[in-house]
Structure formats: structure tokens, C-alpha cells
Design a protein around this ligand. Structure first.
Ligand code: SAM
Length: 277
């Protein structure tokens, strides 16, 4: 195989989702860098692949990434896999990708399942524009702040969430985005108890609270875009920041810069500034 780092997506539940290309790359590389060698070992065993593995995870010292880069520089093909889904998406690997690229070596994506996209594809929410927000902060205050900053985003929001935090997450979403905002939950996707449910946030809150099964397994939470023309609610810190910025630059520029950071439409921010002057 051509020397390169191959970013190989693996199934997120249903082993039938392993692609032919993923299988042949994993069988053909010199070594597989795996987030959890035990877990990947089970997949390789199922596929009848006996390629050697090495551990590469969030806490790996930089020497591990360096040794992978050296192996590719010496002409080897190396695959990167995470526990499930697409490596680097809420999973380790993006620094390794940079290290390999910075050395002038090839990085080859081998596409496959990604829970965020799988969930979005079956949610029935607008998908022409979406923002992947990964995991929300686990501390309540930080989580609520993040949600407030996202409340006016003109795109469907996608979150990964731990099952034991689902009820609190939906309650915080109701608080930040209002009970009527449409949302969806994708649970145990591609697996036996796969469930995709769309509804208003208050309906979803009642549903998950009434059925303990809905807080088991793996979850993706999605929230529909803010209705257009909806009142912009900004937390005090953002408003202070916006006004502070507008003292040092034209209001339109301040609105544009903060829009890129907050996900709030630049027009709404500009109107807020005009109204406050
Ligand atoms: N890199 C992975 C991907 O491409 O989807 C995501 C890794 S992240 C550490 C794991 C999170 O993805 C889980 O906590 C859950 O939120 C989501 N997830 C993974 N598999 C899932 C599934 N089968 N159904 C629903 N959500 C899933």
C-alpha cells in the first residue's frame, strides 16, 4: 500500500456497516493505531484481520505520534481507527493528521459511519445547514452558557450526550431555546434498540422522563434552527463583549466578528448594537 496515514471509519453498532474499502485498508496496512486495542481487536477478529495494532489515544505521549510519522516517512502505511465511527470527530487524531501533513506525508480518509451524520440523516430536521457541537460541558453553568450562546443559531445543532445526562440536557435546552423549539434524539443508532424521535423540546422532555429506556445506550441530540426573525436573546457577557468591541471598531465589523464566534446572525447583532446606541 502507498505510505500514508489512513483515517478509517468503523461501524457505530452494526458490523454490517464496515465498508469493503475499510476492510481492505485495515488488512493491508503495516500497523493499526487504535484508540482501544481491545475493542478494535474484537472488530478485527470478527473481520478475520490479523494486522498488528498499537495504542494511540487522547493521553498518548507525543512520542507515539512521532513514531507513527516516522513509520510513514520510512514507507509504511498506517491506519488510524477510533472505538467506533469516524476518527477525529469527538475522538483523538486531529493532531496526528496535522503532524503527518506537516511532514509532507499523505493522509487518506476512508469514509464510513459518523453518529452525528447518521442521526441527522434520519431526524427530519433541516439539514441544509447544521453545526456539530460535540459534547456540551458537563458543569451545569458552563453548559447553560454554551446553550444560551447557541440559542439563536440559524442552523440545526448536533450534540453528543452521555445517557445519564440526557434529562438534564433536555431541561437546559428547554430553558435556553424555549419549550416549543423542535428537536430530535437518535439513540442506539444502527443497533437493536435504535430509536429516532422528533418533537417539541417539552414533548421530548416528558418522553425521556417517563421512559427510563430512553436514557440508556448512546445518544445524539439535535435541535432545529432558531425560527427566522425570532428575538435574539444574548447572555450578558456576550452583550458586554459586543458593546466593548464596538467601541474599538465599526459596529458592523464588531457584529461580524462576534457572529463568527457565537453562531448568532451578524445582522441580529448589528441591530442589537444600533438599538443600544
Ligand atoms: N467518532 C465517533 C463518530 O464518528 O460518531 C464519535 C465518538 S464520541 C467519543 C462517542 C459519542 O458518539 C457517543 O457518546 C454518542 O453521543 C455518539 N454515538 C456513537 N455511536 C452512537 C450510536 N450508535 N447511536 C447514537 N449515538 C452514538
Amino acid at each position: 500500500m502507498e505510505p500514508a496515514l489512513y483515517i478509517v471509519a468503523t461501524p457505530i453498532g452494526n458490523l454490517g456497516d464496515m465498508s469493503t474499502r475499510a476492510r481492505s485498508v485495515l488488512a493491508g496496512v503495516s500497523v493499526i493505531a487504535a484508540e482501544d486495542t481491545r475493542r478494535t481487536g474484537q472488530l478485527l477478529n470478527h473481520e478475520g484481520i490479523d494486522t498488528p495494532m498499537m495504542a494511540y489515544h487522547e493521553h498518548s505521549p507525543s512520542s507515539v505520534a512521532a513514531s507513527i510519522v516516522e513509520r510513514i516517512a520510512a514507507g509504511e502505511a498506517v491506519a488510524l481507527v477510533s472505538d467506533a465511527g469516524t476518527p477525529t470527530i469527538s475522538d483523538p487524531g486531529y493532531r496526528l493528521v496535522r503532524d503527518v501533513q506537516d511532514r509532507g506525508l499523505a493522509v487518506v480518509p476512508i469514509p464510513g459511519p459518523c453518529a452525528a451524520i447518521v442521526a441527522l440523516s434520519a431526524a427530519g430536521l433541516p439539514s441544509d445547514r447544521f453545526a456539530f457541537e460535540g459534547f456540551l460541558p458537563s458543569k451545569t453553568q458552563a453548559r447553560q452558557r454554551r446553550l444560551e450562546a447557541l440559542a439563536s443559531a440559524p442552523a440545526t445543532l448536533i450534540f453528543y450526550e452521555a445517557p445519564h445526562r440526557l434529562v438534564a440536557c433536555i431541561e437546559d435546552l428547554v430553558q435556553a431555546m424555549g419549550p416549543e423549539r423542535e428537536a430530535a434524539i437518535g439513540r442506539e443508532l444502527t443497533k437493536r434498540f435504535e430509536t429516532v424521535r422528533r418533537g417539541r423540546l417539552d414533548e421530548l422532555a416528558a418522553w425521556v422522563s417517563a421512559d427510563a429506556d430512553q436514557t440508556r445506550g448512546e445518544l445524539v441530540v439535535m435541535v432545529a434552527p432558531a425560527p427566522s426573525g425570532s428575538a435574539v436573546t444574548l447572555d450578558t457577557e456576550l452583550v458586554t463583549l459586543l458593546r466593548g468591541m464596538a467601541e474599538h471598531m465599526p459596529p458592523r465589523r464588531a457584529a461580524k466578528l462576534l457572529a463568527a464566534y457565537s453562531g448568532i446572525a451578524s445582522r441580529d447583532l448589528y441591530e442589537l448594537l444600533s438599538g443600544s446606541q
